[in-house]
Every structure is written in C-alpha cells, then in structure tokens.
Design a protein around this ligand. Structure first.
Ligand code: URA
Length: 267
C-alpha cells in the first residue's frame, strides 16, 4: 500500500504535478453538492478599498514593452522584469528566471520556460535538461561560467509545466527582444520548437527547422541563429542526440569563423 502511494506520488512529480493547490484534497470526480441556498443580505458596510484593476491583455503587453525599452543594461532589464506584474504566471512562480552565464562571450542560448528546478533556484536550465545542456556546450568548448549565456522565452514557470499560452508569451516577449539586444550576441542557438516559434515566428516542427542557419536582426546587424533540439527532448529521445551534435558542430564552425566566443566576465 505504502509502495503504491509512493509510486503514485513519484509519477505525479515526474508529470510536473508537484504543488498542493489547497489545504484539503478535493475529489473532483465526486458528485457536485446542490447549489447553496441564497444568503441573507449583508448589513451595510463602509465602502471597501478597491484592489488595483488587473491589467487587460493589451495593457499588459504595452507595459511590458515600455518597461523593457526603458532598460539600458542587462541588470536594469532584470530589475524591470522583476517589477513587472502583467503576466499571471508570476503569481504561481517562486522566482523570476532571468538568465545565467556570461553574455559578453557572444553565444546566446534561448530555451522555453523554467521547470520545477529552475523555479526553485531562479536560474535557467539547472535540472536534468540543464545538465545535459552543459555537456552539449562543453563538447563545443562552451561553458556558462566563462563564455555562454542562457535565457528562456518565458520567465516564470507555467503551472504543471504546461505550454505557455500565446498571451503569456506575448507578455514575456518584449523583455526577451530587449534581452537579445542588450546581450548583443554573435551567435544565437534556439532550443526547441517553442523558442523557434516565438523568436523567429516559424511554427514548423523542430525536426524541419533544426540544423539550418537563420538570421535574427539585432540593431543593424543580422546575427546567425541555429535552431536545434531541446535537451529535455533529447533525454526522452537519446537516439536524436547525434542530430543535436551535428548542429553544434555547425555552431562551432560558425564561431571559429566569427572569432567567438569573445572573452568576458561572469554576470
Ligand atoms: N527547459 C527550458 O526550456 N528552460 C529551462 O530553463 C529549463 C528547462
């Protein structure tokens, strides 16, 4: 019995259901209780102080754009993101996950969204997928401690690791676009289809996109951009590691031709 419970709990945690949403368990399959009888009218009270109205979708994107545009350094952008309340994902997240690594090296990697470990620690790619990513980077002479910089499209963990909604992505994107400008990369690597969809606006499957150079405009420069497979996908499909390996070899050649990575200081 105890083993059954443990197995079920492990399975739920693996599936991302690792948070209690209420004090008491609720059987959502049980028959619904009858509707409550109407309550007697409440006695007159002093008018309550109004909570600030939640931002409407358009306002939330507009205020993200204004906040992101006002940042002139990565530190200012991080502060602006941490002060931004327009994305509902922030309410269920423990940390705002901004970035990790050394932007000055000129290699920027963009993933999808923080998971459980990233939310707990406050840095991108620190769980199992992150450990694989570190190995992939090491294979091409990169390392987040000295010359690679990592961020995500989404800065707060979506509950249960669900896909971010288009609204949530639209609220985070102004920060990501400014993030790319301020990081000023020489090469961009996109990890997975979600990053490709939001950064370059293509919804083709990652198998079709990966391994082909694209370009991303930063100011008046076109920066080479390589979509590749997400390390979490590679953990599930290890036979495809060889494809990511090929993509990273192409990145290595490109880095050589561009004199990358630049030498930099850790952020
Ligand atoms: N997957 C991502 O896309 N980003 C993270 O930070 C962790 C896992």
């Amino acid at each position: 019995m105890a083993n059954d419970i443990l197995t079920t709990l492990n399975w739920l945690v693996e599936a991302g259901a690792d948070e209690a949403v209420a004090e008491e368990p609720l059987n959502r399959l049980a028959a619904k209780p009858p509707p409550a009888a109407p309550r007697p009218a409440a006695p007159a009270r002093a008018p309550a102080v109004r909570a600030p109205a939640p931002l409407l979708a358009g306002d939330a994107i507009g205020s993200a754009q204004a906040a992101a545009a006002s940042a002139t350094t990565l530190a200012e952008l991080q502060a602006a993101l941490e002060a931004y309340d327009g994305c509902a994902l922030k309410q269920t997240a423990t940390h705002t996950v901004f970035a990790d690594g050394v932007a000055a090296g000129g290699i920027l990697l963009i993933g999808e969204a923080p998971g459980r470990d990233e939310d707990r620690i406050g840095k991108p790619f620190v769980g199992r997928a992150g450990q694989l990513l570190d190995k992939m980077l090491a294979a091409v002479g990169l390392d987040r401690k000295t010359n690679a910089y990592i961020t995500n499209v989404i800065n707060w963990r979506p509950p249960d690791n669900r896909d971010p909604s288009p609204e949530e992505a639209a609220q985070c994107l102004p920060f990501l676009r400014r993030h790319i400008e301020l990081a000023d990369p020489g090469v961009i690597i996109l990890l997975g289809a979600v990053a490709a969809r939001h950064v370059v606006g293509v919804s083709d499957g990652i198998m079709k996109l990966r391994g082909r150079w694209m370009e991303y405009r930063v100011g008046d420069r076109m920066v080479p951009l390589m979509p590749t497979l997400h390390p979490a996908y590679l953990l599930r499909q290890p036979a495809h590691k060889k494809l990511a390996w090929r993509d990273l070899q192409a990145v290595r050649e490109k880095m050589k031709s561009l004199g990358l990575p630049r030498m930099g200081d850790a952020v």
